[in-house]
Design a protein around this ligand. Structure first.
Ligand SMILES: [Zn+2]
Length: 182
């Protein structure tokens, strides 16, 4: 019988787990106040491991939109227009890799050597990225992901070179690193 019993990993320790209050779920929500402690939030966020997060290109904390904001306001860019921009960016990427024998067709597939070849950085970009890396203790993997995303942001704009604003935008897309894995 015993050998069929499932082993449940008890990482926190049973007693400790019972004493830990559950997070309220309103952290970073503008409509409700969160009184959770930093350790509580960190423990909760820690359920997604750093190494897993490292493998994701883009992660953003999206606050709840309140109803009024949802209804009011400016006309958003139409999906058709966005589609056009994405198609153009895809075309740029196809051309970028057409000459290489590596059979890539989009930025996301770039290996480190492709990144070195296609994501040349100005001194300004270099400085910005370096500062973000040290400030947030980013890994080499996160660094490469930022470059890939920055390349795509530039492509969406039709910009031939990666500019500091593209790097800055790509860094913003790793908000979870910045808040909890610093
Ligand atoms: Zn809370």
């Amino acid at each position: 019988m015993g050998k069929f019993q499932r082993e449940v990993p008890d990482t926190l320790g049973g007693a400790q787990q019972r004493n830990n209050p559950q997070p309220c779920g309103y952290f970073n929500d503008r409509s409700r106040e969160c009184h959770c402690t930093q350790p509580m939030i960190q423990r909760y966020m820690g359920k997604i491991s750093g190494p897993l997060l490292d493998r994701i290109d883009i992660h953003i904390d999206v606050p709840a939109v309140n109803y009024k904001e949802l209804r009011a306001g400016s006309e958003p860019e139409s999906s058709a227009k966005i589609r056009e921009r994405v198609m153009r960016a895809r075309e740029i990427q196809l051309q970028r890799f057409a000459s290489s024998r590596s059979r890539l067709y989009c930025n996301a597939q770039m290996a480190p050597r492709h990144i070195r070849a296609s994501c040349e950085l100005s001194a300004d970009c270099e400085r910005l990225l370096e500062r973000a890396m040290t400030q947030h203790g980013m890994t080499a993997r996160a660094h490469d992901r930022i470059l890939k995303v920055a390349r795509t942001v530039a492509d969406l704009e039709g910009a031939p070179a990666i500019e500091p604003k593209h790097i800055a935008e790509a860094i913003q897309y790793r908000t979870l690193d910045q808040t909890f894995w610093a």
